[in-house]
Write a protein that binds this ligand. Sequence first.
Ligand SMILES: [Zn+2]
Length: 579
Amino acid sequence: MRYFEVIRRDGPARLGRLSLARRITTPGVLEPDDFISAGSVFSFESIAEALDATTKMASHDRLTILPFVPSPLHTAPPLEVASMDLSGPLGAVIHPFFPKELPRADLYILGGLGQLQNPRDLLKALAGTRERLPPDSAVMAPALATPWNAAMLVYSGVDMVDGVRMEMDGYQGIYHTRDGARLWQDGLELPCRCPSCQCLAKSEAKDPRPLLAAHNILKLEEELANLREIIRAEMFREHLEMQVRARPELTAALRLLDQEETYLERRTPTTRRSTLLACSAESLQRAEVKRFANRVLTRYKPVESDVLLLLPCSARKPYSTSRSHRFFSEAIGPARRFLHEVILTSPLAVVPRELEEAYPAASYDVPVTGRWDLEERAWLVLVLDAFLKSGIYTSIVAHLEGELEETVKEHGIDAVFTGGGTGDEALVALHQATAQAVSGARKLPDPRLRHIRAMTDFSFGRGAGETLMSQARIKGRSLIDQDGEVLARETLAGWSITLNGAERLLPLDCYQVSIGSFVPRGSLLAPGVDGADPQIRPGDTVLIRGEKAFGIGKAKMSGWEMEASHRGVAVEIRQLKEL
Ligand SMILES: [Zn+2]
């Protein structure tokens, strides 16, 4: 029996449930009544006595915290306590820097974290520990959480906190809000209307310290409720980029964590319901942004075209539905079938027209000022250079304006620059330049076939499009093979493959989840997974293969997590057939 389950994920942030007598939705606060602790092993005569005492106090309603070996932060614990096989929910205190044999537990408590001042050490302790613990266990950071650092803690892998620091700070006269902390003074205007603050405002209390402590804990609880709601809305990263502004060390922590590319990439979904908002410098470092560029360069196979047309992005997504892009396409006219359109944008850099419906190209938003800062420019030309290397274009037309045009020009890209814009003159210039460029150029395949091929490569890897589409053609809103079997269908959410299409992809041996000899119903749970492709991320379309069933579905967790988890939904099944 396990007592912790991850219900939802939004990147590294997780919403879970810890089932004690009280059901705690995480991230949450562990209250003193939620646990009983054996305490330090050194408070017993012997280890045997410590284990015996723990067995006697174990309960099903409360978390039993196993006896632990206290040890300074930078010193290995002097001895190990044997793992205990107790029933009921278990907590284990572990050393953040000295990995050892882990006892089985539902909640792992990181000892000594409160002493870590340096964001680098703290991240190493949190994200480092998260990586070596089973994904279906919870992590607790004691004596550390504040309303303003809770978001960063959760993003670093923390599921549970306590109110210890809030209470201690209250007794030292420190007043916390989501924006930071300050020393409380009588007569100060308070931004909060909680009962404690109302009492403080009236200067009636003999001792303000319990009121400050109560207010602080309330603010921490409010922020955790807020974070849970943000995970449900799949907007955690956006909230975090805002929240880390509260303190330089939080911003530093996020920047450092962004360098831990594997930690973040392994947890970042490939699709999200929400719009990716790129409002800060850190947005450029997001796993989604790097992954998109990487897939454009390594999975996407550029259309064999002689002419490349560079266009700016539009506020409305997908770009094709915007006013400016409709103007462009009218101006280009019949030349459109002879040139390859690629959109330049921040922070995604290079978006081939065929991929404009891929995540996050179809749903991102940036503050538009016409300004391109140095980092954005460097990223754009880095990706553009790599992209041009893979193409075979004989000529380039760039319908760009302002600083975007300047960036491409200054980088020495050899193109016909038409000055960009959607005015009459600009569109005439675009028309003339493209008409001239395509003279003698090869005609491109049907845009819908290009789109399906590109999206299939983008989702399953280079070559998958070719495999799916060999000898296929489009009929109405379906992609069919030579026998008329439907391989993919156009839906409101774009093209999606059918079981027939999925069968064609089987030889590629990618994005597959293998299961035992049973027929899953509705959803596939993690314990039913025998093996999963390690590159699977939440949101991916995956193929389910078993002796008795073959199906397709949407991954709800990463492939490595499916393999290591004992609870939770691994795949939401979309279509399944019994074999
Ligand atoms: Zn208050």
